[in-house]
Design a protein. Sequence first.
Length: 312
Amino acid sequence: MAPFDDLPADQKAVLQLVLRQGRTYEEIAGLLKISPEAVRDRALTALETLGPAAGGLDDERQDEIGDYLLGQQSASARAATREHLEADAPARAWARVVAGELRTAGLASDDALPDIPADPAEVDEAFDALQARRHARAGQERSSRLGGVLLLVGLAIVVAAAVLVLTGTLDGGGDGNSSSNASATTTATSTTAGTAATEAQINLLPPGGATSAKRLGVANVVSQDSQRALAVVGQNLAASGHYVLWLRNGSKVKFLGFFPPVTSKGASKGRLQGLVAAPSDLTSYKEILVTREPSSTPKTPTTIVLQGSLTG
């Protein structure tokens, strides 16, 4: 193989006239005052020089493919050559390399060169590669979305924890039986992430509002773009049983998931913390419940340890 610039001047001139001006061999012959056969010989010799060793191709077949690439065949001859290319892998390989050299030299755009067909196996391989790229892009998009959710989760927990500390402090100096402590407080306060916002804050108290055990909790409905999550934290809970998050409206309940186990020692002693994606029908429920269950397969809430109103 040799680059276009290394071709003899007469061969370069013929290729330029064919590919850049769309001339036929006959028209070029008239311009150069030589025979059409001499023009064709220069053009095909140039393609042979630009292309790889034509393994498996005889000279006649290679010249036929050269005429095809240069647009110098009749309609019937083009159809026959294309049919041969569909069935002959070495012929396709040679044609593709030559076409690539012509494009690299700036002699032809994709539209200026004829189509080089592919056999079914090559089509399948190309399709598989395309599918792989699509899956890779989808994976990247999922990772990006997951990163957004995780950021939202982190912000929700930070917001919930801060509100819980504030709630505990205030509760220690006042009457814990106020019914307003169990209501949802709507807020438009944005978090430091720019687009993340706390939609609602729900204070969670033991049934009846009793706070003698200092058992408290808070849930935040946090949103970012089209994603919503429920972040829940609690304190002074017993390190026994399975803690579960529910939604309730009368006799209608929805299981949202289990919390990680509550520990009995260390800095996280008695602390409850968890987050779950908010269901699409969140607004159809009136209460958030945190229960302690004796079983890992609860069907309905058993022992309510914290609850709060979603209706405000």
